[in-house]
Design a protein around this ligand. Structure first.
Ligand code: HAS
Length: 549
């Protein structure tokens, strides 16, 4: 096998990965701009009237879909394709299928784009019935999800082929992270597959005229919560298996890292009812079970906090850091990719705490459907995930193009701006939420805004403006890298691959997926089965579709 760090994936794969990432980032650019407009709207400045957008909800739907669904999914498709082909040092088992998948997902995305841009899908990223979108929107999303399942099939086939070629070897870590992510997602997607194919699509085509909103929401959240770990696990793949190398250290414990990943397969699936604590029709017993399991899925992230921090400490000390905290100073803060991820982790710690608030039933009664929830998810998907993906782009794009990163200092500044902007904006959001400010509301037009809310709104607008500057800087660095980047010399664009601190024995169950998949299926049956049977037995499809805006 070639030296892993300097192994170059074949040119065709590099093109495919770049194509996925290009689409992801183009949609992120639009998503960031729309976020800025939302922040301004809350501060009383209506920018929508200068655009073709019909109203706030069209902008909000595009913001959520582009940032949370399109940017993430396409970036993950590219990054995990890279992780698998690079780690196994072999092409995908079915290379032609990789391209077919890409075009299928792109076709789906064009349908989604059309529906959103023409105000035919202003149903927010959660597709809540009875808000109804054009069928092309639902079909487009179905094609994207089918694409992710084809990626899973191709990855598993590649993994099995690699196993036959490399008997007795442990799955290389980045590929292991990619496989866990996609296997978990494959199971999770069952909910929206049923919701979209059997409820939303026939309803939007007029084949059925009524829908049961509660069943529709329950299916959505079956997928909706594991979806957040579909976003998070590729970021963890970078934090565990790449960041320690960038910090000059080693992965503190390979078995712990594998355990944390594998735990997400059974634990991320049976928690969806924590999004429905306030929904009628779901028994409190099942809400309690899901609340308990939500505290359980907190654990692999706590393992991550410990393991990744220990790995960074190893790096800081190897670079000469002394004392209790002196090692933090010696970490490579001039390296943009490192800095963005370290900052992402700091804010994620707060995102985790706000997740616990959400998960606690009695506190959820206070914060549900308030601005507190966007405060939470801008720290998690908006920072832990988005900032880490930007950090990955800072070494992956040079690796793929063979050009050195343009403007490393500007890139470091960009990371700090994101960190500061997000800290300010999320602070404003959480504060507003605790005062009872509703989420998903055109607050600039709301007649009931209280004077004591206004300071929090200004925090949100200020944070949003700083984030926009950061976004512009991010795209400037990448575009300049593509246009003006100097050709990289041999070894300058290697992949940062962390080695484990010790070559410990890894038990077989930490390198196999089947037992965890079976465990997940059993847990899902227990935590959802009777509740779903009950919901279906009293199904009451009463609602026609509404298109209020
Ligand atoms: Fe969440 C709502 C509970 C994690 C995203 N969440 C949402 C929504 C989104 C979202 C998008 O229980 C809104 C959905 C909607 O539109 O309605 N969430 C949790 C819990 C966790 C959690 C318990 N969420 C995430 C992640 C997301 C995400 C991750 C995206 C990627 N969430 C909820 C609940 C709701 C909810 C309720 C429903 C609210 C409602 O009422 O509607 C946990 O998984 C969090 C675990 C995280 C940690 C943090 C570990 C920290 C690490 C970093 C350590 C580094 C340090 C510093 C300390 C335990 C790993 C480094 C130092 C250096 C020197 C560098």
């Amino acid at each position: 096998m070639a030296n892993a760090a300097s192994y170059r994936v074949p040119a065709g794969d590099r093109r495919l990965i770049l194509a996925y990432i290009g689409i992801a980032l183009a949609h992120l650019a639009v998503g960031i701009l729309l976020g800025f407009m939302q922040g301004m709207e809350h501060a009383g400045i209506d920018l929508y009237k200068y655009t073709f957008l019909a109203h706030y909800y069209q902008g909000l739907s595009m913001h959520g879909v582009y940032n949370a669904l399109v940017f993430t999914t396409f970036f993950i498709a590219g990054f995990l394709h890279f992780a698998v082909t690079h780690s196994f040092q072999r092409p995908m088992k079915w290379p032609a299928l990789s391209w077919v998948t890409f075009w299928l997902m792109t076709a789906g995305l064009l349908m989604v784009d059309w529906a959103l841009l023409t105000n035919r899908a202003s149903v927010l990223y959660t597709s809540y019935a009875p808000l109804q979108a054009h069928w092309a929107y639902y079909l487009g999303l179905v094609l994207i999800v089918v694409g992710t399942l084809l990626i899973l099939a191709n990855m598993v086939a590649t993994y099995l082929a690699w196993r036959r070629e490399s008997p007795g070897q442990r799955t290389p870590l980045p590929a292991f992270g990619a496989l866990v992510t996609m296997i978990m997602w494959g199971m999770a997607s069952l909910g929206i597959a049923v919701q979209f194919i059997f409820l939303l699509l026939p309803w939007s085509l007029g084949w059925t005229d009524r829908i049961d909103p509660l069943i529709s929401r329950t299916l959505f959240w079956f997928t909706g919560h594991p979806l957040v770990y579909f976003w998070l696990l590729p970021a963890y793949t970078s934090w565990y298996f790449m960041l320690p190398k960038q910090a000059g250290g080693k992965l503190f414990s390979e078995p712990l890292a594998r355990l944390a990943f594998l735990l997400f397969i059974p634990l991320s699936l049976p928690v969806g009812f924590h999004h429905q604590f306030l929904d009628p029709g779901v028994s409190t017993g099942y809400k309690g079970i899901h609340a308990f399991l939500t505290f359980a899925v907190f654990m692999p992230s706590m393992i991550t906090a410990f393991t990744v921090l220990a790995s960074l400490e190893l790096g800081g000390r190897a670079r000469g850091g002394k004392g209790l905290l002196g090692w933090i100073r010696t970490l490579p803060w001039g390296d943009p990719s490192f800095t963005l991820q370290a900052l992402a982790m700091v804010l994620f710690a707060l995102g985790g705490v706000s997740g616990l608030v959400n998960a606690s039933y009695n506190l959820n009664l206070v914060v549900h459907n308030t601005m507190f929830v966007p405060g939470h998810f801008h720290l998690t998907v908006g920072t832990a995930v988005a900032l880490t993906f930007m950090a990955v782009a800072y070494w992956l794009v040079p690796y793929l193009t063979g050009k050195k990163l343009w403007g490393r200092k500007a890139a470091v500044v960009q990371g700090w701006l994101w960190f500061i902007g997000m800290a300010i904006m999320s602070r404003g959001m959480s504060w507003a939420g605790l005062m009872g400010v509703p989420r998903r509301t055109a607050l600039g037009q709301a007649p009931y805004v209280l004077p004591e809310w206004l300071t929090a709104f200004n925090w949100m607008a200020l944070g949003g403006a700083i984030l926009t500057v950061s976004g512009v800087l991010f795209f400037t660095v990448l575009i300049m890298t593509a246009l003006r980047g100097q050709p990289a010399a041999e070894g300058e664009v290697d992949v940062p691959l962390a080695e484990p601190l010790e070559d410990e024995a890894v038990p077989t169950y930490l390198d196999r997926f089947r037992p965890w998949v079976i465990g997940a299926a059993v847990l899902v049956l227990l935590a959802y089965g009777p509740a779903v049977v009950q919901l279906v037995s009293v199904a009451n499809p009463v609602s026609p579709g509404f298109r209020p805006y």
